[in-house]
Each structure stands twice: as structure tokens, then as C-alpha cells.
Design a protein around this ligand. Structure first.
Ligand code: HPA
Ligand code: ZN
Length: 339
């Protein structure tokens, strides 16, 4: 019988919280720097990895935006997306809803036509080659203004093929969701779905604000929700999906150790929790690693791992028939494992 750790990597699942710019591996940084004639301030891959000692979200974001600035041509964005989808497919991901940060590229003169072409080509090739599907979620940078977010969604309008929704990411402290109400309203008029990072470093009120002011249908992180019993009650009653990223939370000191992570408490509270990778190239692992680390830290049984994979399918924006088909596939794989 296959081991439990094996099961975590093989179960059909979705990934709903991954920033494509956060999948940029040090090896690819050197390849892009060479291709684009850029000097990197690091001698080798080990030096890059040694710089990944984060103290909080901002200390990570400073390095993350430096890395993203290496992406210039459609081929660069293609290679980034293709590498992620291959790893995800290897971890049993059948469908991914992937964040991208257009403002970190347009600010450098790299337009939507450049990165959207690379992303789209890589997604359609991976679908054919690997059977994995993917949609994109356009994220507004929260350290920038609400007006800039509105300008971004207007600029994006001709390029929305393959984009399923909008989100907000970047620095959370002192940046309440209400600042982005108008940008989300415009996105809704364009038929886009809504998610939002909230309750990672910010207070539980930002989770409620994301639901009420932005119409968020899913909350990214949300781990600080547990500080507010009424909010937990609401998240449970309304079964609002929370996309939790255990390795990220440890790397950014949202929790000081995996043993202190609230994942189990969130599940015990009846919340619709899934496991995701956030920025896997920076935080020490892809989605399979996140499942395995959480499983080890909390001694999760097979039933719980299966429930987490099922939650990921139910939390996605896939249509009903596709969800049903994936859950059936999940049940077949887990039943096969018992025999
Ligand atoms: N939080 C906020 N913004 C981000 C993150 C994150 O974990 N990763 C990339 N941008
Ligand atoms: Zn994130």
C-alpha cells in the first residue's frame, strides 16, 4: 500500500493560492538574467537562497519584486508559467487559479500584451501535454492606491481572456480592503469573480471588510480570523473558502513554528480550508510539500488529507460538473489506496 505521504502528492486537487511571480526559482533567475543581459547581485544559487531569510511580509516582498523585475519577454513569462504547471501537475494538481501582479510589470514598461501572451500560451500547452487546467486571477497591489487599481482593471479589459477573477495582494498592514471597493466594482461589471488576501498580517476586520466592501467570495490566508469568534461563526455558516499556506506562514513569521499553525483549529471550527503554496520558490516548497509538512506537524490522518483535497476542489471557481468529476476522481484514488 502506498504511504500516506505518497497519497498527499497523488490525490487530485486544485491550487487556489499561488503567485506566479513567486514560483521564480533561483536557477531561472540566472537564466533570465543571462538571456536579458542583466547583472544579478548574487554569485550563485546558494547566495540567492541565503538571502531568503524573511522577518515579515515586507522583507519578503522587497526581494519578490526584485525577482519579478527579471521577467521581460513573452518567453520569460511562458517559461515561468510552464515550469510551475509542470511541478503542480506532478503534485496531483488538476486545476489551478493563479495570481499575477500586472502592476509590478506595467510599472516597468512591460505591457499586458507581453505577459498575457506568455501566460496563455503556457497554459494552453500544459493543458494539452499534462491535462492540467488553469485560470488567472489579476491582483491589485495593495501598497498602491485604489485609483491605480481602477486604472489597472480598465487597462486589463482587452486582455481578460483566461482571467477568472481579481484579488489584492502585497503589504496588508494599514491598507484596509475598502480602499479597493471601486476597482472591485468595475471588475464585477466585467463578469470577474472576487477573492482577497486578508487576515495574513492584517486584523480580522480586514477579512470582514473584504467580504462586505469587496464582495470577496474566497479569502486568501485568513488565519487571523480565529481572533474573532463572530467572524469564525460567519465564515463557517457561509462556508467561505480560506486558502491557507502553511509554509508561507512560517517563512513570514505569521506563526513562529509549524506546530503553532492554526490549520487544525480552523478545520475543527468547521471552516472550508484548503492547503496551497503561495510563493513556493521562496518559502521552501510546492503544494505537495505543504500537504506533507502540515500532515507531519499535526499528525493528520488519511481522512483529513482527503478532506483537504476535496475542500480545494469545492473552493475553486470550476463549474458544477467539473467539480463533480474531480471529486469522483478523488474518491476513486482514495478508495484504490485502501485496497
Ligand atoms: N501576501 C501578500 N502579498 C503577496 C504574498 C503574500 O503572501 N505573496 C505575494 N504577494
Ligand atoms: Zn499570497
Amino acid at each position: 500500500m502506498a504511504g500516506l505521504s505518497d497519497l498527499a502528492g497523488r490525490l487530485p486537487k486544485t491550487e487556489l493560492h499561488v503567485h506566479i511571480e513567486g514560483t521564480l526559482e533561483p536557477q531561472m533567475m540566472f537564466a533570465l538574467a543571462a538571456r536579458n543581459g542583466v547583472d544579478l547581485p548574487y554569485a550563485d544559487v546558494e547566495e540567492v537562497r541565503a538571502a531568503y531569510r524573511f522577518t515579515n511580509l515586507q522583507s519578503f516582498l522587497d526581494i519578490y519584486y526584485q525577482g519579478a523585475a527579471l521577467l521581460r519577454t513573452p518567453d520569460d513569462f511562458y517559461d515561468l508559467m510552464a515550469a510551475y504547471l509542470e511541478k503542480a501537475a506532478g503534485d496531483g494538481v488538476r486545476h489551478a487559479e493563479i495570481f499575477f501582479d500586472p502592476q509590478s510589470h506595467t510599472a516597468r514598461g512591460i505591457g499586458f500584451e507581453i505577459f498575457m501572451r506568455g501566460f496563455r500560451d503556457a497554459i494552453s500547452d500544459a493543458r494539452r501535454r499534462l491535462g492540467i487546467s488553469a485560470d488567472l486571477i489579476l491582483c491589485f497591489l495593495r501598497h498602491l492606491s485604489g485609483e491605480e487599481a481602477v486604472a489597472t482593471i480598465m487597462e486589463a479589459e482587452p486582455f481578460l481572456d483566461g482571467v477568472i477573477g481579481v484579488g489584492i495582494d502585497s503589504s496588508e498592514r494599514g491598507r484596509p480592503p475598502e480602499l479597493f471597493e471601486e476597482a472591485y466594482a468595475r471588475a464585477r461589471e466585467l463578469g470577474l469573480r472576487a477573492v482577497a488576501h486578508a487576515g495574513e498580517e492584517g486584523p480580522p476586520e480586514y477579512v470582514s471588510g473584504a467580504l462586505d466592501a469587496l464582495g470577496a467570495e474566497r479569502i486568501d490566508h485568513g488565519v487571523r480570523s480565529l481572533e474573532d469568534a463572530d467572524l469564525v461563526d460567519r465564515l463557517r455558516r457561509e462556508q467561505i473558502p480560506l486558502t491557507v499556506c502553511p509554509l508561507s506562514n512560517v517563512a513570514l513569521h505569521v506563526v513562529e513554528d509549524m506546530s503553532l499553525h492554526p490549520l487544525s483549529a480552523m478545520m475543527d471550527a468547521g471552516l472550508l480550508v484548503s492547503i496551497n503554496s503561495d510563493d513556493p520558490a521562496y518559502f521552501g516548497g510546492y503544494i505537495g510539500d505543504n500537504y506533507r509538512k502540515a500532515q507531519q506537524a499535526f499528525g493528520l490522518g488519511e481522512e483529513t488529507i482527503i478532506a483537504l483535497a476535496r475542500n480545494s476542489i469545492e473552493s475553486s471557481f470550476l463549474d458544477g460538473p467539473r467539480k463533480t468529476a474531480l471529486v469522483e476522481e478523488l474518491e476513486a484514488v482514495s478508495a484504490g489506496d485502501e485496497g
